[in-house]
Design a protein around this ligand. Structure first.
Ligand code: BES
Ligand code: MN
Ligand code: ZN
Length: 497
């Protein structure tokens, strides 16, 4: 895939005369555009001022206006940035997406971007580059004919920006991870099997020098992972319990969380099992039930490249949830690796069973924090829709650090309650607990409470990403399909907490 390259310019250079000139414009309080910085542009009076007038351009966030330059094949693109005081990394990332999409519409292979000095701030510069690189993602792997008619943006020249290639490289490492996660989620379940996730982990480990352990079925049996194995037993694909670890040369002793375990739900296809998904349950979308695992591998790719001074473990209990003669039956009782017995009331509540044994395994590593990402419940979409993930946690420092990272990356999360009194709805007559709560709502909460039973004392946070992993329609820097949700959030959190 071709991603655009970035180059810093110190002035409107002659070799880019035939390019598309992009100007970021703020919206003033009287909803008129702030053009004060533009009056010195050579074609201001000739082109920009009339364009603003004719298109009634206000500078409102997300708006654009374009024109051709007279006597040349160059173009002009105005980008509304909105009110100056609400500019943050995410508004810049989204403005970059507008630049990218508009450039493709204009068939221009290059742009010269002038964002009123905003990109002299390195966080803004990073966000801008991320917005471009995330927007450039397209998935043509499964098309027999590749698109040859679109002129993709190849070159982004930056004016009035901090000329720091390392910032661009950081954005490239992070978005490579996010786009890897998108690739894994977009690919169908006949390509992305547990073995293929394990292969991807192997590639990442080799590329960046990470340690890798893959536990096969027999290893998991020896460890008593009866909850995870119960999900795997109806599938012809062998399960793979993946443990990638990144160990730094030296550890930052200042930080609260120096040694971290990140866990991703890796159900490569969720048929529901014998509680088969029917009707509105959208079984045909359930290739995305490994979105948490994809976020782990994407984050591992980025962290392996960035090499921060923290120890990070990435854990995925990968499996399909399928039906054959050996499949788990509703009512079966299994024993997890911490000795707890579970009555499987519903085989479609499988994610929590796989995560239970992964959480027990993670805690044994003696980490300071465990964060899991999982497409765990349809109920989280009822509560928060498709643009906000649910955050459940037992630790306020962990909550605060995640809630601070979230607005920086634009991946929205909202804290949900771990209401302890709902736990009894999972009481079982025959076993220690059932894998489902009562039918009267709160399904994301009971799912999180179920997970909590497999943590003893380590700070833990769970993100339910069932709504955010996928988008039916393109928006901002996302095309339709996988969003790569969580990769940038986890990397930002690891680097800054
Ligand atoms: N993978 C699903 C959750 C899901 C549903 C994600 C829809 C995205 C869209 C999970 O394994 C599941 O089936 N959960 C059940 C739990 C129920 C049986 C208690 C659900 O949410 O319906
Ligand atoms: Mn399910
Ligand atoms: Zn599932």
């Amino acid at each position: 895939m071709r991603y655009p390259e970035f180059q810093f310019l110190s002035s409107q250079a002659s070799q880019v005369e035939q390019s598309c000139h992009v100007f970021g414009i703020f919206e003033k309080h009287d909803t008129t555009p702030d053009t004060s910085h533009l009056t010195s542009v050579p074609f201001y009076h000739e082109i920009i001022a009339p364009l603003i007038k004719e298109s009634r351009f206000t500078g409102k966030q997300g708006t654009t206006a374009t024109a051709n330059l007279l006597h040349s094949i160059g173009k002009v693109m105005l980008i509304g940035l909105g009110k100056q005081e609400v500019i943050d990394q995410e508004t810049i990332r989204q403005a970059a997406a507008t630049v990218y999409r508009t450039a493709v519409q204009l068939h221009t292979p290059s742009v010269v971007v002038d964002f009123i000095g905003l990109l002299t701030d390195e966080n803004h510069l990073k966000a801008f580059a991320e917005g471009i690189l995330l927007s450039a993602y397209v998935d043509e792997r499964f098309k027999s004919k590749k698109d040859t008619t679109t002129t993709y943006l190849k070159k982004v020249y930056l004016l009035n920006a901090k000329a720091d290639d390392q910032v661009i490289q950081l954005a490239q490492k992070i978005t490579t991870g996010a786009n890897l996660a998108r690739d894994l989620v977009n690919a169908p379940a006949n390509y992305v099997t547990p073995s293929m996730l394990a292969q991807t982990a192997t590639d990442i480990a080799q590329r960046h020098g990470l340690e890798l352990t893959i536990l096969e079925k027999e290893d998991c049996q020896r460890l008593g992972m009866g909850a995870y194995l119960s999900v795997t037993q109806g599938s012809s694909q062998p399960p793979k319990f993946i443990h990638l670890s990144y160990k730094p040369k030296s550890i930052n002793n200042q930080s609260d969380f120096k040694k971290i375990a990140l866990i991703g739900k890796g159900v490569t296809f969720d048929s529901g099992g014998l509680n088969l998904k029917t009707g509105s349950a959208q079984i045909e979308l359930m290739k995305f039930d490994m979105g948490g695992a994809a976020a782990m591998l994407g984050a591992a790719e980025a962290i392996g490249a960035i090499k921060p001074n923290k120890e990070i473990h990435f854990i995925i209990a990968a499996t399909e949830n399928m039906i054959n003669g050996s499949a788990t039956k509703p009512g079966d009782v299994v024993t997890a690796s911490n000795g707890k017995t579970i009555e499987i009331d519903n085989t479609d509540a499988e994610g929590r069973l796989t995560l239970a044994d992964a959480l027990v395994y993670a805690e044994k590593l003696g980490v300071d924090a465990i964060v899991d990402l999982a497409t765990l419940t349809g109920a989280i979409m009822v509560a928060l829709g498709t643009r906000i993930a649910g955050l459940f946690s037992t630790d306020s420092k962990l909550v605060n650090s995640l809630m601070t990272a979230s607005p920086r990356t634009g991946e929205k999360i909202w804290q949900m309650p771990l209401e302890a009194s709902y736990l009894q709805s999972m009481d079982s007559i025959i076993a220690d607990m059932r894998n489902t709560g009562n039918k009267k709502g709160g399904g994301s909460i009971t799912a999180a409470l179920f997970l909590k039973q497999f943590i003893q004392k380590t700070a833990w946070a769970h993100l339910d990403i069932a709504g955010t992993v996928w988008t039916d329609k393109p928006w901002s820097y996302h095309n339709a399909g996988a969003t790569g949700f969580g990769v940038r959030l986890l990397v930002d959190w690891v680097l800054n907490s």
